[in-house]
Design a protein around this ligand. Structure first.
Ligand SMILES: Cc1cc2nc3c(=O)[nH]c(=O)nc-3n(C[C@H](O)[C@H](O)[C@H](O)COP(=O)(O)OP(=O)(O)OC[C@H]3O[C@@H](n4cnc5c(N)ncnc54)[C@H](O)[C@@H]3O)c2cc1C
Length: 264
């Protein structure tokens, strides 16, 4: 680990002030991704801005027809939240399967979504539900937020503050886990929302993406069979020692079928 300064602000305004004054400073939330990167000397920030003391970033509330989750909310809190379980059970179920007990008790939704790991779970829910990402500066639609592998619309120094999830009529999630890392090999989040059908695929490509052919099929026939005949093109998907692009393409259809079945 390289040396760095350490700050622990108690408000979003103070955190943003530190981050804007120093382009090499980085925020830390649960540390589940950033700490290993620091330990392996893959990252050399001048300063770490610890967000864990900022109360306004924490918590879950229902606000009309949406669920609002603060950036610093841990995976275990989403998994156990009565509000999330009642309104978007697929989101609570997703959170309950992220990583292992330590990861769920330390990792946060804001850290995960800002990081945009192609094999992470939450980006599929954010895109699949058509959520809105709220930052200290603006509101960003999910369709504009995820821009590529580990890349989002967040600008340097911009803090993710909360995510607003519209409550869907139905939603379901299914994934195939890598048995070693427990990260997603391929997953599908499907949702029937007021603004239409959405299908988001994670794990399979360099970045979470929507599957328009499946969305179209589900809009006329909400059933697992409707997506069962749709083949995902393997071009551009991830291929590695854990599975080829063709294998992941096959998994996309299987996971989409399971996600629809689990949504009911
Ligand atoms: C063993 C292991 C297994 C895992 N398995 C899974 C899995 O199955 N599925 C899954 O989805 N994830 C998995 N993870 C990742 C985990 O979910 C982490 O929670 C996630 O990577 C990052 O969240 P964090 O709060 O720890 O973020 P941190 O590590 O603190 O930060 C991650 C990045 O986001 C930035 N950041 C943090 N908070 C903010 C913010 N509010 N605004 C802007 N930028 C911010 C940081 O600067 C850093 O670049 C796993 C991790 C480990 C260690």
């Amino acid at each position: 680990m390289y040396d760095f300064a350490y700050h622990k602000p108690s408000s979003v305004a103070d955190a943003v002030k530190i981050l804007s004054a120093d382009p090499e400073a980085r925020p830390i939330s649960g540390g589940q991704t950033l700490l290993p990167a620091l330990k392996h000397r893959l990252n050399k920030p001048s300063a770490i801005v610890d967000l864990s003391g900022i109360a306004e970033l924490k918590g879950i509330k229902r606000d009309g027809d949406k669920i609002v989750i603060g950036a610093l909310t841990k995976h275990i809190e989403v998994a156990n939240s009565p509000e999330v379980k009642a309104a978007i059970p697929a989101l609570a179920q997703m959170a309950s399967t992220i990583g292992d007990t330590q990861v769920r008790n330390c990792g946060t939704i804001g850290g995960s979504v800002s990081n945009n790991d192609p094999a992470a779970d939450y980006p599929a829910a954010v895109l699949g539900l058509g959520a809105t990402v709220v930052t200290d500066k603006r509101r960003i639609a999910a369709d504009d937020f995820f821009q590529g592998m580990f890349t989002t619309a967040l600008e340097p120094g911009e803090l993710l503050v909360a995510i607003e999830f519209p409550i869907p009529e139905k939603a379901g999630y299914a994934k195939m886990r890598n048995p070693a890392s427990r990260y997603v090999m391929a997953g599908a989040f499907v949702a029937k929302t007021k603004s239409g059908l959405r299908v988001a695929i994670n794990g399979a490509g360099p970045c979470v993406f929507r599957q328009p052919a499946m969305e179209q099929a589900l809009s006329s026939n909400w059933s697992a069979d409707a997506v069962g005949g749709i083949k995902q093109d393997a071009d551009g998907l991830n291929g590695d020692i854990h599975g080829s692009a063709e294998y992941r393409a096959h998994l996309v259809t299987v996971m989409a079928k399971r996600a629809v079945a689990s949504a009911g």
